[in-house]
Design a protein. Structure first.
Length: 598
Protein backbone atom coordinates (compact mmCIF):
# COMPACT_ATOMS: atom_id res chain seq x y z
CA UNK A 1 0.00 0.00 0.00
CA UNK A 2 1.34 3.46 -0.90
CA UNK A 3 2.23 6.02 1.75
CA UNK A 4 -0.60 8.25 0.55
CA UNK A 5 -3.17 5.50 0.99
CA UNK A 6 -1.73 4.62 4.39
CA UNK A 7 -2.05 8.17 5.57
CA UNK A 8 -5.60 8.40 4.25
CA UNK A 9 -6.66 5.19 6.03
CA UNK A 10 -5.31 6.11 9.46
CA UNK A 11 -8.22 8.38 10.46
CA UNK A 12 -10.68 5.65 9.38
CA UNK A 13 -8.84 3.15 11.56
CA UNK A 14 -8.98 5.49 14.51
CA UNK A 15 -12.69 6.05 13.98
CA UNK A 16 -13.38 2.34 14.12
CA UNK A 17 -11.43 1.79 17.34
CA UNK A 18 -12.01 4.99 19.34
CA UNK A 19 -14.97 7.21 20.11
CA UNK A 20 -14.89 10.82 19.02
CA UNK A 21 -14.07 12.00 22.54
CA UNK A 22 -11.30 9.42 22.97
CA UNK A 23 -9.79 10.33 19.63
CA UNK A 24 -9.83 14.00 20.58
CA UNK A 25 -7.98 13.35 23.84
CA UNK A 26 -5.42 11.10 22.16
CA UNK A 27 -4.75 13.78 19.58
CA UNK A 28 -4.41 16.38 22.35
CA UNK A 29 -1.68 14.21 23.82
CA UNK A 30 0.08 14.04 20.46
CA UNK A 31 -0.44 17.75 19.91
CA UNK A 32 0.92 18.62 23.35
CA UNK A 33 4.07 16.61 22.75
CA UNK A 34 4.69 18.07 19.31
CA UNK A 35 3.93 21.63 20.45
CA UNK A 36 6.33 21.21 23.37
CA UNK A 37 9.09 20.01 21.08
CA UNK A 38 8.47 22.82 18.59
CA UNK A 39 8.48 25.43 21.36
CA UNK A 40 11.75 24.12 22.78
CA UNK A 41 13.36 24.04 19.33
CA UNK A 42 12.21 27.60 18.64
CA UNK A 43 13.51 28.79 22.01
CA UNK A 44 16.91 27.12 21.60
CA UNK A 45 17.33 28.32 18.03
CA UNK A 46 16.77 31.95 19.03
CA UNK A 47 18.92 31.64 22.15
CA UNK A 48 21.92 30.06 20.45
CA UNK A 49 21.68 32.28 17.39
CA UNK A 50 21.76 35.48 19.44
CA UNK A 51 24.52 34.18 21.72
CA UNK A 52 26.61 33.39 18.65
CA UNK A 53 25.92 36.81 17.16
CA UNK A 54 26.78 38.72 20.33
CA UNK A 55 29.93 36.75 21.13
CA UNK A 56 31.18 36.97 17.56
CA UNK A 57 30.45 40.69 17.32
CA UNK A 58 32.00 41.36 20.71
CA UNK A 59 35.22 39.67 19.64
CA UNK A 60 35.62 42.10 16.74
CA UNK A 61 37.30 45.51 16.82
CA UNK A 62 34.88 48.35 17.47
CA UNK A 63 34.10 49.07 13.77
CA UNK A 64 33.45 45.37 13.15
CA UNK A 65 31.26 45.15 16.26
CA UNK A 66 29.16 48.09 15.13
CA UNK A 67 28.88 46.74 11.59
CA UNK A 68 27.71 43.32 12.79
CA UNK A 69 25.15 44.68 15.24
CA UNK A 70 23.77 47.03 12.61
CA UNK A 71 23.88 44.53 9.77
CA UNK A 72 22.46 41.43 11.45
CA UNK A 73 19.05 42.89 12.45
CA UNK A 74 18.80 44.65 9.09
CA UNK A 75 19.53 41.50 7.07
CA UNK A 76 17.11 39.53 9.23
CA UNK A 77 14.46 42.17 8.53
CA UNK A 78 15.13 41.97 4.81
CA UNK A 79 14.80 38.17 4.90
CA UNK A 80 11.51 38.44 6.78
CA UNK A 81 10.23 41.08 4.37
CA UNK A 82 10.98 38.90 1.34
CA UNK A 83 9.59 35.79 3.02
CA UNK A 84 6.35 37.46 4.07
CA UNK A 85 5.86 39.25 0.76
CA UNK A 86 6.42 36.29 -1.54
CA UNK A 87 5.99 33.09 0.47
CA UNK A 88 4.19 33.44 3.81
CA UNK A 89 1.98 36.54 4.19
CA UNK A 90 0.77 35.41 7.64
CA UNK A 91 4.27 35.12 9.14
CA UNK A 92 4.54 38.81 10.05
CA UNK A 93 3.71 40.18 13.48
CA UNK A 94 3.19 38.10 16.59
CA UNK A 95 0.94 35.37 15.20
CA UNK A 96 -1.80 35.78 17.80
CA UNK A 97 -4.03 37.99 15.60
CA UNK A 98 -3.57 35.50 12.76
CA UNK A 99 -4.50 32.66 15.11
CA UNK A 100 -7.69 34.46 16.17
CA UNK A 101 -8.64 35.21 12.57
CA UNK A 102 -8.08 31.57 11.62
CA UNK A 103 -10.17 30.33 14.52
CA UNK A 104 -13.19 32.53 13.82
CA UNK A 105 -13.06 33.02 10.07
CA UNK A 106 -11.38 29.85 8.76
CA UNK A 107 -12.65 27.16 11.08
CA UNK A 108 -9.35 27.02 12.96
CA UNK A 109 -7.37 26.08 9.87
CA UNK A 110 -3.73 27.21 9.69
CA UNK A 111 -1.58 25.68 6.99
CA UNK A 112 1.51 23.66 7.89
CA UNK A 113 3.46 25.83 5.47
CA UNK A 114 2.57 28.92 7.50
CA UNK A 115 3.81 27.21 10.67
CA UNK A 116 7.13 26.23 9.07
CA UNK A 117 7.72 29.72 7.67
CA UNK A 118 6.78 31.26 11.01
CA UNK A 119 9.37 29.10 12.76
CA UNK A 120 12.26 30.01 10.49
CA UNK A 121 11.42 33.67 9.95
CA UNK A 122 10.66 34.28 13.63
CA UNK A 123 13.83 32.54 14.79
CA UNK A 124 15.92 34.44 12.26
CA UNK A 125 14.39 37.82 13.07
CA UNK A 126 14.64 37.60 16.86
CA UNK A 127 17.77 35.46 16.90
CA UNK A 128 19.70 38.08 14.92
CA UNK A 129 18.91 40.76 17.44
CA UNK A 130 15.53 42.32 16.70
CA UNK A 131 13.67 43.27 19.87
CA UNK A 132 10.53 41.15 19.67
CA UNK A 133 9.50 38.05 21.60
CA UNK A 134 9.14 34.35 20.92
CA UNK A 135 5.89 33.60 22.74
CA UNK A 136 3.41 34.88 20.14
CA UNK A 137 5.14 33.06 17.26
CA UNK A 138 5.25 29.92 19.42
CA UNK A 139 1.47 30.13 19.75
CA UNK A 140 1.11 30.45 15.97
CA UNK A 141 3.47 27.53 15.31
CA UNK A 142 1.76 25.33 17.88
CA UNK A 143 -1.71 26.12 16.54
CA UNK A 144 -0.54 25.25 13.04
CA UNK A 145 0.58 21.86 14.39
CA UNK A 146 -2.72 21.08 16.11
CA UNK A 147 -4.67 22.41 13.13
CA UNK A 148 -2.85 19.97 10.89
CA UNK A 149 -3.61 17.14 13.31
CA UNK A 150 -7.28 18.13 13.46
CA UNK A 151 -7.67 18.25 9.68
CA UNK A 152 -5.97 14.87 9.42
CA UNK A 153 -8.11 13.17 12.02
CA UNK A 154 -11.55 14.77 11.90
CA UNK A 155 -14.20 15.34 9.29
CA UNK A 156 -16.39 17.40 11.61
CA UNK A 157 -15.47 21.10 11.14
CA UNK A 158 -16.23 21.87 14.79
CA UNK A 159 -13.68 19.29 15.91
CA UNK A 160 -11.09 20.74 13.56
CA UNK A 161 -11.77 24.18 14.99
CA UNK A 162 -11.55 22.87 18.56
CA UNK A 163 -7.91 21.90 18.00
CA UNK A 164 -6.90 25.58 17.66
CA UNK A 165 -7.28 26.51 21.36
CA UNK A 166 -5.47 23.29 22.22
CA UNK A 167 -2.44 24.43 20.23
CA UNK A 168 -2.67 27.96 21.57
CA UNK A 169 -2.65 26.75 25.18
CA UNK A 170 0.17 24.28 24.56
CA UNK A 171 2.28 26.98 22.92
CA UNK A 172 1.93 29.40 25.83
CA UNK A 173 2.57 26.66 28.38
CA UNK A 174 5.80 25.58 26.70
CA UNK A 175 7.04 29.08 25.87
CA UNK A 176 6.55 30.54 29.36
CA UNK A 177 6.74 27.31 31.39
CA UNK A 178 3.40 28.56 32.69
CA UNK A 179 0.61 25.96 32.34
CA UNK A 180 -2.06 27.74 34.42
CA UNK A 181 -1.74 31.08 32.64
CA UNK A 182 -1.83 29.25 29.32
CA UNK A 183 -5.38 28.15 30.08
CA UNK A 184 -6.58 31.55 31.29
CA UNK A 185 -5.00 33.28 28.29
CA UNK A 186 -6.93 31.13 25.83
CA UNK A 187 -10.24 31.84 27.56
CA UNK A 188 -9.56 35.56 27.89
CA UNK A 189 -8.10 36.17 24.42
CA UNK A 190 -9.65 33.55 22.14
CA UNK A 191 -12.78 31.95 23.60
CA UNK A 192 -15.85 33.83 24.76
CA UNK A 193 -17.31 31.17 27.04
CA UNK A 194 -16.02 28.63 29.52
CA UNK A 195 -16.36 25.14 28.11
CA UNK A 196 -15.44 22.05 30.12
CA UNK A 197 -15.04 20.15 26.86
CA UNK A 198 -12.52 22.69 25.60
CA UNK A 199 -10.82 22.79 28.99
CA UNK A 200 -10.28 19.03 29.11
CA UNK A 201 -8.42 18.90 25.83
CA UNK A 202 -6.38 22.00 26.63
CA UNK A 203 -5.33 20.66 30.02
CA UNK A 204 -4.04 17.47 28.44
CA UNK A 205 -2.02 19.40 25.85
CA UNK A 206 -0.76 21.95 28.38
CA UNK A 207 0.49 19.27 30.77
CA UNK A 208 2.38 17.47 28.00
CA UNK A 209 3.80 20.63 26.43
CA UNK A 210 4.98 21.99 29.79
CA UNK A 211 6.46 18.62 30.72
CA UNK A 212 8.45 18.52 27.48
CA UNK A 213 9.66 22.07 28.06
CA UNK A 214 10.71 21.38 31.65
CA UNK A 215 12.41 18.12 30.70
CA UNK A 216 14.52 19.71 27.98
CA UNK A 217 15.03 23.23 29.36
CA UNK A 218 14.91 22.61 33.11
CA UNK A 219 12.49 23.14 35.96
CA UNK A 220 13.46 26.75 36.69
CA UNK A 221 11.01 29.56 35.93
CA UNK A 222 11.65 31.66 32.82
CA UNK A 223 13.05 34.46 35.01
CA UNK A 224 15.55 33.04 37.46
CA UNK A 225 16.24 36.18 39.49
CA UNK A 226 15.59 35.54 43.18
CA UNK A 227 14.10 38.25 45.36
CA UNK A 228 12.73 36.19 48.22
CA UNK A 229 9.35 36.48 49.88
CA UNK A 230 7.61 39.59 51.20
CA UNK A 231 5.37 40.25 54.14
CA UNK A 232 2.33 42.46 53.60
CA UNK A 233 3.36 46.05 54.31
CA UNK A 234 2.33 49.65 53.65
CA UNK A 235 5.03 50.07 51.02
CA UNK A 236 3.07 47.76 48.73
CA UNK A 237 0.75 50.68 48.00
CA UNK A 238 3.41 51.52 45.42
CA UNK A 239 1.37 49.15 43.23
CA UNK A 240 -1.05 52.03 42.64
CA UNK A 241 1.43 54.46 41.01
CA UNK A 242 2.96 51.49 39.20
CA UNK A 243 -0.48 50.58 37.85
CA UNK A 244 -1.22 54.17 36.88
CA UNK A 245 2.10 54.62 35.06
CA UNK A 246 1.78 51.22 33.37
CA UNK A 247 -1.71 52.01 32.13
CA UNK A 248 -0.57 55.28 30.57
CA UNK A 249 2.68 53.94 29.10
CA UNK A 250 0.97 50.75 27.91
CA UNK A 251 -1.60 52.86 26.09
CA UNK A 252 1.19 54.97 24.57
CA UNK A 253 2.87 51.79 23.32
CA UNK A 254 -0.32 50.44 21.73
CA UNK A 255 -1.15 53.81 20.16
CA UNK A 256 2.41 54.27 18.87
CA UNK A 257 2.55 50.78 17.37
CA UNK A 258 -0.79 51.08 15.61
CA UNK A 259 -0.09 54.60 14.36
CA UNK A 260 3.36 53.80 12.99
CA UNK A 261 2.12 50.55 11.47
CA UNK A 262 -0.61 52.46 9.63
CA UNK A 263 2.01 54.99 8.52
CA UNK A 264 4.14 52.22 7.01
CA UNK A 265 1.13 50.61 5.34
CA UNK A 266 0.12 53.88 3.71
CA UNK A 267 3.56 54.47 2.17
CA UNK A 268 2.94 52.77 -1.15
CA UNK A 269 6.22 54.00 -2.62
CA UNK A 270 8.08 51.85 -0.06
CA UNK A 271 7.88 48.14 -1.02
CA UNK A 272 6.45 46.03 1.78
CA UNK A 273 9.42 43.66 1.68
CA UNK A 274 11.78 46.51 2.55
CA UNK A 275 9.93 47.76 5.63
CA UNK A 276 11.14 45.09 8.11
CA UNK A 277 14.72 45.90 7.09
CA UNK A 278 14.12 49.52 8.11
CA UNK A 279 12.87 48.29 11.47
CA UNK A 280 15.93 46.05 11.77
CA UNK A 281 18.30 48.93 11.05
CA UNK A 282 16.49 51.06 13.63
CA UNK A 283 16.91 48.23 16.14
CA UNK A 284 20.63 48.14 15.48
CA UNK A 285 20.99 51.90 15.92
CA UNK A 286 18.92 52.09 19.12
CA UNK A 287 20.42 48.93 20.58
CA UNK A 288 23.96 50.16 20.01
CA UNK A 289 23.06 53.56 21.43
CA UNK A 290 21.80 51.91 24.61
CA UNK A 291 24.90 49.71 24.76
CA UNK A 292 27.39 52.56 24.47
CA UNK A 293 25.45 54.71 26.96
CA UNK A 294 25.32 51.97 29.58
CA UNK A 295 28.45 49.87 28.97
CA UNK A 296 30.34 51.45 31.86
CA UNK A 297 27.33 51.50 34.20
CA UNK A 298 26.68 47.81 34.74
CA UNK A 299 25.59 44.59 33.01
CA UNK A 300 22.59 43.65 30.86
CA UNK A 301 23.42 46.59 28.59
CA UNK A 302 22.74 44.54 25.46
CA UNK A 303 19.20 43.60 26.46
CA UNK A 304 17.60 46.03 24.01
CA UNK A 305 18.53 43.43 21.40
CA UNK A 306 16.52 40.21 21.03
CA UNK A 307 14.31 39.04 23.93
CA UNK A 308 16.20 40.73 26.75
CA UNK A 309 15.26 38.57 29.73
CA UNK A 310 18.82 38.98 31.06
CA UNK A 311 18.00 42.64 31.64
CA UNK A 312 14.89 41.72 33.63
CA UNK A 313 16.86 39.32 35.82
CA UNK A 314 19.44 42.04 36.49
CA UNK A 315 16.65 44.47 37.39
CA UNK A 316 15.13 41.90 39.75
CA UNK A 317 18.42 41.56 41.57
CA UNK A 318 18.92 45.34 41.85
CA UNK A 319 22.04 45.34 39.65
CA UNK A 320 20.93 48.22 37.42
CA UNK A 321 21.26 51.89 38.20
CA UNK A 322 18.53 54.42 37.56
CA UNK A 323 20.36 55.61 34.44
CA UNK A 324 20.51 52.11 33.00
CA UNK A 325 16.86 51.40 33.81
CA UNK A 326 15.69 54.61 32.14
CA UNK A 327 17.92 54.14 29.09
CA UNK A 328 16.89 50.53 28.53
CA UNK A 329 13.21 51.34 28.98
CA UNK A 330 13.21 54.19 26.44
CA UNK A 331 15.38 52.42 23.85
CA UNK A 332 13.52 49.11 24.07
CA UNK A 333 10.18 50.92 23.89
CA UNK A 334 11.13 52.70 20.66
CA UNK A 335 12.81 49.64 19.18
CA UNK A 336 9.84 47.33 19.69
CA UNK A 337 7.44 49.84 18.14
CA UNK A 338 9.68 50.18 15.08
CA UNK A 339 10.29 46.43 14.78
CA UNK A 340 6.63 45.49 15.04
CA UNK A 341 5.15 48.37 13.04
CA UNK A 342 7.55 47.79 10.14
CA UNK A 343 6.37 44.20 9.73
CA UNK A 344 8.87 42.16 11.72
CA UNK A 345 8.17 38.59 12.79
CA UNK A 346 7.98 38.33 16.56
CA UNK A 347 5.72 38.73 19.56
CA UNK A 348 4.84 41.34 22.15
CA UNK A 349 4.73 39.33 25.38
CA UNK A 350 8.44 39.56 26.21
CA UNK A 351 8.78 43.26 25.30
CA UNK A 352 5.70 44.10 27.37
CA UNK A 353 7.14 42.36 30.42
CA UNK A 354 10.45 44.12 29.79
CA UNK A 355 8.83 47.58 29.72
CA UNK A 356 6.96 46.85 32.91
CA UNK A 357 10.04 45.51 34.67
CA UNK A 358 12.16 48.53 33.84
CA UNK A 359 9.35 50.92 34.76
CA UNK A 360 8.81 49.12 38.05
CA UNK A 361 12.55 49.23 38.69
CA UNK A 362 12.58 53.00 38.20
CA UNK A 363 9.69 53.50 40.62
CA UNK A 364 11.26 51.06 43.06
CA UNK A 365 14.56 52.93 42.92
CA UNK A 366 12.73 56.12 43.86
CA UNK A 367 11.03 54.33 46.72
CA UNK A 368 14.33 52.86 47.87
CA UNK A 369 15.81 56.36 48.10
CA UNK A 370 13.26 57.04 50.84
CA UNK A 371 14.26 54.01 52.89
CA UNK A 372 16.14 56.21 55.34
CA UNK A 373 12.70 57.33 56.54
CA UNK A 374 11.78 53.77 57.44
CA UNK A 375 13.06 54.09 60.98
CA UNK A 376 10.39 56.64 61.90
CA UNK A 377 7.74 56.41 59.16
CA UNK A 378 6.57 52.78 58.98
CA UNK A 379 5.12 52.97 55.47
CA UNK A 380 8.58 53.27 53.92
CA UNK A 381 10.43 49.98 53.48
CA UNK A 382 13.77 49.14 54.93
CA UNK A 383 14.11 45.91 52.98
CA UNK A 384 16.59 46.18 50.10
CA UNK A 385 14.46 43.74 48.06
CA UNK A 386 11.92 46.47 47.33
CA UNK A 387 13.27 47.21 43.85
CA UNK A 388 12.90 43.58 42.80
CA UNK A 389 9.35 43.60 44.10
CA UNK A 390 8.53 46.73 42.13
CA UNK A 391 10.00 45.12 38.99
CA UNK A 392 7.57 42.24 39.41
CA UNK A 393 4.63 44.59 40.01
CA UNK A 394 5.54 46.58 36.90
CA UNK A 395 5.71 43.46 34.74
CA UNK A 396 2.22 42.39 35.74
CA UNK A 397 0.68 45.83 35.36
CA UNK A 398 2.20 46.44 31.93
CA UNK A 399 1.08 43.01 30.70
CA UNK A 400 -2.46 43.81 31.84
CA UNK A 401 -2.36 47.21 30.11
CA UNK A 402 -1.02 46.01 26.75
CA UNK A 403 -2.23 42.42 26.32
CA UNK A 404 -5.53 43.11 28.15
CA UNK A 405 -5.85 39.72 29.84
CA UNK A 406 -6.09 40.71 33.52
CA UNK A 407 -6.37 37.23 35.05
CA UNK A 408 -3.55 35.89 32.93
CA UNK A 409 -1.42 38.87 33.97
CA UNK A 410 -1.78 37.81 37.60
CA UNK A 411 -1.01 34.15 37.16
CA UNK A 412 1.77 34.46 34.60
CA UNK A 413 3.95 36.62 36.84
CA UNK A 414 3.64 34.08 39.63
CA UNK A 415 4.51 31.21 37.28
CA UNK A 416 7.37 33.02 35.54
CA UNK A 417 9.08 34.07 38.77
CA UNK A 418 7.96 31.46 41.28
CA UNK A 419 7.01 34.27 43.68
CA UNK A 420 3.51 34.46 45.17
CA UNK A 421 4.04 36.82 48.08
CA UNK A 422 3.17 39.99 46.11
CA UNK A 423 -0.17 38.71 44.83
CA UNK A 424 -2.27 41.36 46.64
CA UNK A 425 -0.47 44.48 45.33
CA UNK A 426 -0.11 42.72 41.98
CA UNK A 427 -3.89 42.39 41.76
CA UNK A 428 -4.39 46.05 42.63
CA UNK A 429 -1.82 47.36 40.16
CA UNK A 430 -2.90 45.06 37.35
CA UNK A 431 -6.57 45.95 37.65
CA UNK A 432 -5.79 49.67 37.74
CA UNK A 433 -3.53 49.47 34.68
CA UNK A 434 -6.09 47.36 32.80
CA UNK A 435 -8.94 49.76 33.51
CA UNK A 436 -6.92 52.82 32.49
CA UNK A 437 -5.73 51.26 29.23
CA UNK A 438 -9.22 49.96 28.44
CA UNK A 439 -10.71 53.40 29.00
CA UNK A 440 -8.15 55.11 26.75
CA UNK A 441 -8.27 52.46 23.98
CA UNK A 442 -11.42 50.25 24.09
CA UNK A 443 -10.13 47.80 21.46
CA UNK A 444 -7.19 45.64 22.57
CA UNK A 445 -4.03 45.58 20.51
CA UNK A 446 -4.53 42.18 18.87
CA UNK A 447 -8.05 43.03 17.75
CA UNK A 448 -6.97 46.51 16.65
CA UNK A 449 -4.28 44.92 14.48
CA UNK A 450 -6.92 42.76 12.81
CA UNK A 451 -9.11 45.78 12.22
CA UNK A 452 -6.19 47.66 10.74
CA UNK A 453 -5.71 44.83 8.26
CA UNK A 454 -9.36 44.94 7.25
CA UNK A 455 -10.31 41.67 8.97
CA UNK A 456 -13.95 41.94 9.96
CA UNK A 457 -14.84 41.05 13.52
CA UNK A 458 -18.55 40.53 12.93
CA UNK A 459 -18.17 36.82 13.48
CA UNK A 460 -16.15 37.15 16.65
CA UNK A 461 -18.47 36.58 19.64
CA UNK A 462 -16.26 38.74 21.87
CA UNK A 463 -17.58 41.72 19.91
CA UNK A 464 -21.23 40.94 20.28
CA UNK A 465 -23.61 42.17 22.93
CA UNK A 466 -26.00 45.11 23.10
CA UNK A 467 -23.80 47.02 25.51
CA UNK A 468 -20.59 46.38 23.61
CA UNK A 469 -20.84 46.68 19.84
CA UNK A 470 -22.01 50.32 19.80
CA UNK A 471 -18.76 51.43 21.41
CA UNK A 472 -16.61 49.84 18.72
CA UNK A 473 -15.10 51.94 15.92
CA UNK A 474 -16.85 51.88 12.55
CA UNK A 475 -13.84 50.14 11.00
CA UNK A 476 -15.20 46.95 12.58
CA UNK A 477 -18.19 46.85 10.21
CA UNK A 478 -17.43 49.20 7.30
CA UNK A 479 -16.76 48.06 3.75
CA UNK A 480 -13.05 48.43 3.15
CA UNK A 481 -13.23 48.41 -0.66
CA UNK A 482 -16.30 50.42 -1.73
CA UNK A 483 -17.37 50.78 -5.34
CA UNK A 484 -16.14 54.25 -6.32
CA UNK A 485 -17.50 56.55 -9.02
CA UNK A 486 -14.94 58.78 -10.75
CA UNK A 487 -15.68 62.49 -10.70
CA UNK A 488 -14.63 62.90 -14.33
CA UNK A 489 -16.70 60.12 -15.87
CA UNK A 490 -20.11 60.75 -17.42
CA UNK A 491 -23.27 59.64 -15.69
CA UNK A 492 -24.06 57.28 -18.55
CA UNK A 493 -20.64 55.65 -18.22
CA UNK A 494 -21.05 55.35 -14.46
CA UNK A 495 -24.49 53.69 -14.77
CA UNK A 496 -23.17 51.32 -17.43
CA UNK A 497 -20.26 50.29 -15.19
CA UNK A 498 -22.59 49.81 -12.22
CA UNK A 499 -24.86 47.54 -14.26
CA UNK A 500 -21.98 45.58 -15.77
CA UNK A 501 -20.38 44.87 -12.38
CA UNK A 502 -23.72 44.29 -10.57
CA UNK A 503 -23.06 47.08 -8.06
CA UNK A 504 -26.53 48.62 -7.75
CA UNK A 505 -26.52 50.38 -4.36
CA UNK A 506 -28.33 53.40 -3.00
CA UNK A 507 -25.27 55.67 -3.22
CA UNK A 508 -21.55 55.73 -4.03
CA UNK A 509 -18.47 57.72 -3.01
CA UNK A 510 -17.04 59.94 -5.75
CA UNK A 511 -13.27 60.31 -6.13
CA UNK A 512 -11.12 62.75 -8.09
CA UNK A 513 -8.19 61.94 -10.41
CA UNK A 514 -5.76 61.55 -7.49
CA UNK A 515 -8.15 59.32 -5.54
CA UNK A 516 -9.25 62.15 -3.26
CA UNK A 517 -12.82 62.07 -1.97
CA UNK A 518 -15.04 64.58 -3.79
CA UNK A 519 -18.46 63.71 -2.44
CA UNK A 520 -21.34 61.21 -2.57
CA UNK A 521 -23.73 60.54 -5.45
CA UNK A 522 -26.93 58.48 -5.35
CA UNK A 523 -27.95 55.98 -8.01
CA UNK A 524 -31.18 57.94 -8.45
CA UNK A 525 -29.21 61.11 -9.32
CA UNK A 526 -27.11 59.23 -11.85
CA UNK A 527 -30.11 57.69 -13.59
CA UNK A 528 -32.08 60.96 -13.57
CA UNK A 529 -29.28 62.79 -15.41
CA UNK A 530 -28.17 60.42 -18.17
CA UNK A 531 -26.61 63.14 -20.34
CA UNK A 532 -24.36 64.81 -17.76
CA UNK A 533 -20.78 64.95 -19.06
CA UNK A 534 -19.12 64.63 -15.66
CA UNK A 535 -20.47 63.34 -12.35
CA UNK A 536 -18.76 66.22 -10.53
CA UNK A 537 -21.29 68.63 -12.09
CA UNK A 538 -24.07 67.08 -10.01
CA UNK A 539 -22.24 67.64 -6.71
CA UNK A 540 -21.64 71.39 -6.85
CA UNK A 541 -22.30 72.94 -3.44
CA UNK A 542 -22.73 69.54 -1.80
CA UNK A 543 -22.25 69.46 1.97
CA UNK A 544 -20.31 66.27 2.60
CA UNK A 545 -20.85 64.28 5.78
CA UNK A 546 -18.18 61.74 6.72
CA UNK A 547 -16.85 59.80 9.72
CA UNK A 548 -13.36 58.62 10.65
CA UNK A 549 -12.34 55.02 11.23
CA UNK A 550 -12.26 55.63 14.99
CA UNK A 551 -15.80 57.08 15.18
CA UNK A 552 -17.94 54.78 17.31
CA UNK A 553 -20.79 52.89 15.67
CA UNK A 554 -23.24 54.70 17.95
CA UNK A 555 -21.95 58.16 17.04
CA UNK A 556 -21.95 57.33 13.34
CA UNK A 557 -25.54 56.08 13.51
CA UNK A 558 -26.68 59.20 15.37
CA UNK A 559 -24.97 61.43 12.81
CA UNK A 560 -26.54 59.62 9.86
CA UNK A 561 -30.02 59.70 11.39
CA UNK A 562 -29.73 63.38 12.28
CA UNK A 563 -28.82 64.24 8.67
CA UNK A 564 -31.34 61.76 7.17
CA UNK A 565 -28.73 59.88 5.15
CA UNK A 566 -28.26 56.16 4.71
CA UNK A 567 -24.52 56.01 4.11
CA UNK A 568 -21.31 57.94 4.79
CA UNK A 569 -17.74 57.72 3.53
CA UNK A 570 -15.15 56.70 6.14
CA UNK A 571 -12.07 58.92 5.93
CA UNK A 572 -8.67 59.37 7.54
CA UNK A 573 -8.65 61.59 10.63
CA UNK A 574 -5.47 63.24 9.34
CA UNK A 575 -6.79 63.77 5.81
CA UNK A 576 -10.59 64.05 5.40
CA UNK A 577 -10.22 63.67 1.62
CA UNK A 578 -8.61 60.24 1.94
CA UNK A 579 -11.29 57.57 1.48
CA UNK A 580 -10.74 54.50 3.66
CA UNK A 581 -14.14 52.81 3.58
CA UNK A 582 -17.92 53.05 3.30
CA UNK A 583 -20.53 52.70 6.04
CA UNK A 584 -24.28 52.19 5.62
CA UNK A 585 -27.19 51.92 8.01
CA UNK A 586 -27.57 48.34 6.78
CA UNK A 587 -24.07 47.55 8.11
CA UNK A 588 -25.11 48.89 11.51
CA UNK A 589 -28.40 46.97 11.45
CA UNK A 590 -26.60 43.71 10.60
CA UNK A 591 -24.24 44.18 13.54
CA UNK A 592 -27.15 44.91 15.87
CA UNK A 593 -28.93 41.75 14.72
CA UNK A 594 -25.77 39.72 15.28
CA UNK A 595 -25.55 41.09 18.81
CA UNK A 596 -29.16 40.25 19.59
CA UNK A 597 -28.77 36.68 18.34
CA UNK A 598 -26.18 35.84 20.99
Amino acid sequence: MSDEKTRASLPDWMRSKLSDEQRFLVLCVVGGLLCGLAAVAFHLTIHHMFDWLWETAHSQPKPGFIAMMLGAPTLAGLAVGVGVRFFAPNAAGSGIPQTKAAYYNKGGKISSRTGVWRFFLGALYVGLGNALGREGPTVHISTAITSRIGRWAFRDPTRVQSMAPVGMAAGIAAAFNAPLSALTFVFEELLDNFSMKALGGMVVAVVLAAAVSRTLLGEDPVLTGKIGDFETSWWMLVALPVGLASGLIGHAFVWGTLTLREFFNERRFLPSWMRPAIGGLACGILGLTAYFITQHMGDANHSVFSIGYDGLVAAFEDRLTVGILATLLVMKFLTVILNYASGGSGGLFSPTLYFGGMLGGLIGAGLADLQHLGDWIPMFPTDDKVIGGCVLLGMGAMFAAVVRCPFTSLIIIFEMTGNYSLILPLMAGNMLAWQIAKKLQPVSIYNALLLQDGVTLRRMPAYRGAQDYRKLPVKVIMSHEPFVIQAGESTASAVKRITKESKRFHAYPVAGPEGELRGVITLHELEENPDTAAVSELMEGQRLTSVTIETSIRDAANRMIARDIQQVPVVSAADPRKLLGWLTLNDIARQQNAAEEV
